[in-house]
Structure formats: C-alpha cells, structure tokens
Design a protein around this ligand. Structure first.
Ligand code: ME8
Length: 667
C-alpha cells in the first residue's frame, strides 16, 4: 500500500489559533483518516513556525525572551487541533534541535554544490509576510502590511534561484498535478517563466533564527528554515537507512507527499521549496494543494479587522465533529467562502439532524425496535427496483466520495455521501416500513429495514474521516464494531450485504439532537449574534460615559483625524456590474459592484431619485469597502457608495476620470 505523507503549513506563533488554521488542519486530518481507512501507511504532520523577525518583535513587545514566548504560544495550537479531533502523527516546532540540525545539513548540502553565495541585499522586506519584496509588490500591499515594510541593506547569503527556472519548468511538465487547483498552477508557471532572481536566504539584523553553518553572524531566512520542516520531521535529509521515516514517507518511489497550504503561501511551496530540493539533489514533494480563504462577511480573518474567530467556543457549543463537518462542507476547497454561525446551525439542522440523524433514528429507535425486536433482520423475498436504486446510490456515493477524498476535494466527497443520505430517506418514504408493519408484511419489512441499516453501515464508514466520533456512535447504535484501520486492510465499503442478520442494534440518544428555536437563539446569543433589538439596552449612565470618552479622544486628537484612523477606512474603486431598482422603495437601488474580489458585492444605495439604474452600470465609483455589512429593507448591503449633493445639481456619485482597476485602494 502506497505510503501517504500529508502536511499542514506550520503556523506562526505570533497569533492565537483561529478557524483559518483549524480549516487547513481539519481538512488534512480528514484526508489522513481517509487514507488510513484504505489501508495505506499514513503520516500526518502539523506544527508551529517559531523563528523570524515577526516572532522576535512580538516577543519584544511582550517583554519576554523569544524562546519563552514561543513556548507559551505553540501549545494553544496543539491543544486547539487536538480539541478538533485531529489525529496528527507528529507536531514539529522549528525551535526543536531535531529540526535545527537537519536544516543546517540541508543548507550545507546546497552550499557544497555551490548554489549559495555571500552577497548583500538591498531592498524591501515585508515583516508581516516574512518576504523580500519588489518595488512593484510594495505598491500593491495594503496600508497596514505596508507600514511594516522595511528597507534592508545588509550582507546576505543568496540561493541561486535564477539558475533553477528551467529545471523547475521541466519538473512542472513532468508532474502535471504538482499544484492543485490547476488554475493556481498556471499562475506559478507564468511567474517562473518571467524569470527568477536569486533569493536572499539569510539575515544579519536580528538574531532569532537558525545560525548559518560556519557563519554565526547570519541567521537563516525564516522560509528556508520553515519549509524544511516537512523533511526534518521525518529525520531528513539523511542517507538511506539513517532515518526510516524519511526512507518510507519521502524517499520511497511510491511515497505520495502532499503539502496542503493556503493560497497566500503557494509561491514559497511551489517555487522555492522544490528549487531548494532540486539543488540539494533531493526529491521534491508530489503535490502542493492551495486552498482558499475562510472569510467573515467577505473579509479574510485577521486581528486587524477584529474578525478573528477562535475554534474553542465553536467546539464547546457544537462539538468537534459538527465544526469539522461544517468546515469541509461549507466552502468549496480551493475557493474562498464565508464562515457564519447561522450557517453552522442551518447545515446542522438540515443535513445532520434532519438528514442523517433522522434516518438513523426513525429506523433504529422506531421501526427495528418496535417491529423487529431490535435485531437486524434477514433480507428475504424478492429484490424490487427501489431496492436496486438504493444499492446503486450507495455504490455511487462510495465511489464518488473515495475519488473526491483521494483528489482532496472534501466538499465534493460530502456531496456524494449526502446523496446517499437523501436516497435512503427517499427509500424509507417510498417503501413506508411503518405501513408494511401495520399490514403484517414481515418479509418485505425485513428487506426494507435491512437495506436501510446496511446503507447506514456504509455511511458510518464514509463519514468517519469527517466525523470520527459520530461515526463511532452510529456504529454503536447499529450494534457493530468500531473502525480500527490497519495497514493493508481496506475498510471502505464495496460489498452490499455485509451487515450480519441477527445483529442486536443499540438504539441510543439521537446522534444529532435537534436545535429548536429557543436553543438556536440561546446559541446565537452566546456568540454575540442576537439581533440589535434583543441586545440589552444601554443605561443612561453608560451612554453618558461613552459620549464623554468620545469627546476626550476628539480633544486629544486636537480636532484632527489621526492618520491611523484614516487608514481604518478602506476606500476602494468599484465597477458597477448591475443595478436594479428596489421594489417598494422610491430611494433604493440594488447594486452589484466588482471590487476586484472573487465575487461582486451587493451594495444598497439611496440614489434612485437621482439616477436611472441602467445609467449606473459601467460606472467606476468609490466604495467604503470595510463597513460592517447590514441589511437594508431585507437586502444585505456590503459597503457604501460615496456621493455628494448640492441644491443646484442634486446628487452625484464619486466617479473617476481614468479606468482605474476595480479593487484599487483610494489613498
Ligand atoms: O504562513 N482561511 O503561517 P500562518 C483559510 N508560518 N486558511 C487560513 C486562514 C483563513 N482565513 N488564515 C490562515 C505561515 N489560514 C507560515 C507557513 S509553512 C512552511 C510556513 C491557514 O500562521 C492557511 O493554511 O500565517 C495558511 O496558509 C496558513 O494558515 C498560514 O498560517
């Protein structure tokens, strides 16, 4: 069976874990669990990235030593992933000795080949991204990241990346699935085709890093250090026989090595990392899978925007499996998608409680218990077309889910699996086992009940990578053993009818208890999402104190707006793609505005009296892009279009006299 090695990025410990980190780690856990079920040898690695200027500065800001700081900050990541049920085999920290010594070995191997040389770096360094950037890239940064960019002029070792363009392109050609999704691979290829510059791989102006072998004045560039984690965690680079895990999971010809990363760090993984490895004469990974962003109201999560959602309270309130299910189901892997607590509840109720939970409950706790003594019946009598339809649906779901889990598209796998949930519920509705029981048709009732229980058994395996605890609970109720994956044993369902007649089922509490309206409100209140009218009213005293504080802040600013405050307002150029009048309103126009993002935004503007909606299409306008979205007459408004008016002209939206690209920041 093919060895499968899968990794998450190692996370910077200057932040606390949030659901973006959970997203990648849960997805990787799902893929690892699936491969284990198929009998493959699997190794799943995650961990933390603990060196670099950003971390050193964060430690300084807290007034503690970097090592003490990273020790404090790494543990919450591990705990969060464990709480989410992620069964990683190893958790690497880049401050561990096992890592540092092997990174130095990798460096020495490349240096010996003559591909690292001493020079001087003169240019820009983005501390937020830990990246050397060009003048053009600097211009494209958002103002906050830009404010952390430094001009660097220091001696530096360089890696001869410029000499690896052709080798990389050849490697990409030979490995057409190296980057997924395919569209992102094209971006990588065109970047390489434009020509690569040598890469600065050491720094001298701070100390928090792995020393360059033979030159203690330099610490390694944090990405050289960080990318190597995937190999050092296996004990590599190493000679054959020296590090068994490295031999098995990296070097073996059939080893499948997959790095799952967010799209922001694809370039490091798909260009720098294979180039370092090619230079060292080592095998690059098999694949880099770059997924999209989990967003909140369309914005990437970040501390700066204050839209940072920690996974802990979600797990406490919904349970790990429900959070895992939601993360894999809601967002098409590869694309961006919005996180919303309300959608967690909607999916829970619709797909888990009413879909799978109801199927199990109505069959085991009701039909089988009341009419069949709680025992799996012997299927007897003729096989009818509806039975065949259900069996075909199970086979299709198992094949589809397997394919999608193998190609790392978990949302599609869940689509396939839920087709079977739907088909089984339809089967129950069509065959009406309660009516068969009433009629006394025990033979047909037996076959129908058997088929539903067998479908549930298939489902218990298919959902196991996503919801291991619920899968175990489902199997307990079916009266069958839990799943214990073993190398060489393929546990994926493929033969209909393996559930043994005579098995004693164990009806238990509902697998997914329903959330009624009251419980839903209480849950939303816990997350601070109650509607405005439900929020507790502020007392007179509180309001007065708030006004006082505001007046004081204004006085301190001397009547001026602090520059930092101005930067908080994200003004962007938007291109109006569609505009329609809102029925029942003489003021509102519903606009669809391209802001250079994946999907256009909907903005409600009170400009109907001054514009015919058709005349607005194609106009470039100025939009406040980071206003909290709100509902206006029942429609979501995700921004505000700026306008000015006077008595003579009426109202005019702010437009441009050149075709500046949508999404460009106004400053
Ligand atoms: O980049 N949606 O670490 P990092 C989805 N240390 N995924 C998200 C996310 C979001 N909103 N936010 C973060 C680093 N992620 C480096 C990596 S690897 C050798 C070094 C996930 O702490 C996503 O996987 O900034 C992203 O790539 C990763 O967290 C970035 O974590």
């Amino acid at each position: 069976m093919r060895p499968f090695y899968i990794t998450t990025p190692i996370y910077y410990v200057n932040d606390k874990p949030h659901i973006g980190h959970a997203y990648t780690t849960v997805a990787v856990d799902v893929f690892a669990r699936y491969q284990r079920l198929r009998g493959h040898a699997v190794r799943f690695l995650t961990g933390t990235d603990e060196h670099g200027q950003k971390i050193e500065e964060s430690a300084q800001a807290k007034g503690i030593e970097p090592k003490a700081f990273v020790d404090q900050m790494s543990a919450p990541f591990k705990e969060a992933f464990e709480q989410l049920g992620c069964a990683f085999d190893d958790y690497i920290r880049t401050t561990e000795e096992r890592h540092e010594t092997r990174v130095q070995r990798l460096w020495e191997t490349i240096a010996k080949k003559g591909d690292i040389y001493l020079g001087a770096y003169e240019g820009w360094y983005s501390v937020a991204d830990e990246a050397f950037i060009t003048e053009k890239e600097l211009e494209e940064l958002d103002p906050v990241t830009k404010s952390k960019v430094q001009r660097v002029s220091e001696p530096s070792y360089f890696f001869k990346l410029s000499e690896y363009g052709d080798a990389l392109l050849k490697f990409y050609d030979e490995n057409p699935d190296f980057v997924q999704p395919a569209g992102r691979f094209n971006e990588v290829k065109s970047f390489v085709k434009q020509g690569l510059k040598d890469l600065s791989v050491s720094r001298t102006s701070f100390k928090w890093g792995i020393p360059v072998p033979g030159d203690d004045e330099h610490v390694m560039y944090v990405w050289f250090d960080a990318l190597s984690n995937y190999m050092t965690a296996l004990g590599g680079p190493a000679e054959a026989g020296e590090a068994p895990l490295y031999d098995q999971f990296w070097n073996a010809d059939d080893a499948r090595v997959v790095h799952v990363v967010g799209k922001d760090i694809l370039r490091f993984h798909a260009i720098f990392w294979p180039a370092f490895l090619l230079a060292a004469g080592l095998k690059p990974p098999s694949q880099v899978w770059a997924h999209g962003w989990l967003t909140i109201n369309g914005e990437k999560m970040s501390k700066r925007l204050g839209n940072f959602i920690p996974p802990g309270p979600l797990v406490d309130n919904f349970g790990a499996d429900v959070v895992r299910y939601y993360l894999c189901r809601e967002v098409a892997f590869g694309q961006d998608g919005d996180f919303s607590h309300r959608n967690v509840i909607a999916r829970y109720s619709g797909e888990l409680a009413n879909g799978l939970g109801n199927l199990l409950h109505r069959m085991i706790a009701s039909i089988v218990k009341k009419n069949l003594g709680g025992v799996v019946p012997e299927p007897a009598g003729p096989v009818l077309p509806e039975d065949e339809t259900l069996i075909a649906a199970a086979e299709k779901a198992a094949a589809g889910a397997a394919e999608h889990l193998d190609t790392l598209t978990p949302h599609r796998a869940l689509d396939s699996i839920w087709e079977l949930v739907g088909a089984a519920n339809t089967y129950v509705d069509q065959t009406a086992p309660w009516a068969l029981a009433k009629k006394g048709d025990t033979e047909r009732l037996g076959r129908v009940a058997y088929n539903v229980l067998e479908a549930l058994r298939w489902l218990s395996v298919m959902i196991a990578p996503f919801m291991p605890e619920k899968a175990a609970g489902l199997r307990t109720q079916l009266g069958i053993e839990g799943l214990s994956p073993r190398e060489g044993d393929d546990l994926w369902p493929s033969t209909w009818g393996e559930l043994s007649a005579g098995t004693q089922t164990q009806p238990g509490n509902p697998l997914f208890p329903r959330i009624d309206e009251k419980a839903e409100k209480a849950l939303l209140a816990k997350f601070g999402l109650v509607e405005a009218e439900e929020a507790p009213k502020k007392s007179k005293k509180q309001r007065k104190e708030e006004e006082k504080a505001k007046a004081k802040a204004a006085e301190e600013a001397g009547g001026y707006l602090a520059f930092d405050d101005f930067l908080k307002v994200e003004l962007k150029i938007g291109l109006i793609k569609a505009a329609e009048a809102v029925e029942k309103s003489d003021k509102l126009v519903k606009l669809s505005i391209d802001l250079g993002e994946e999907a256009p935004r909907q903005v409600m503007a009170g400009i109907r009296k001054h514009y015919d909606p058709a005349d607005l299409v194609g106009k470039r306008v100025t939009v406040v892009a980071n206003l909290k979205p709100r509902k206006i007459m029942g429609e979501l408004s995700q921004g505000m279009v700026l306008a000015a008016s006077d008595d003579e002209h009426g109202l005019s939206v702010l437009t441009l006299d050149k075709d500046i690209a949508p999404g460009t920041r106004v400053s």
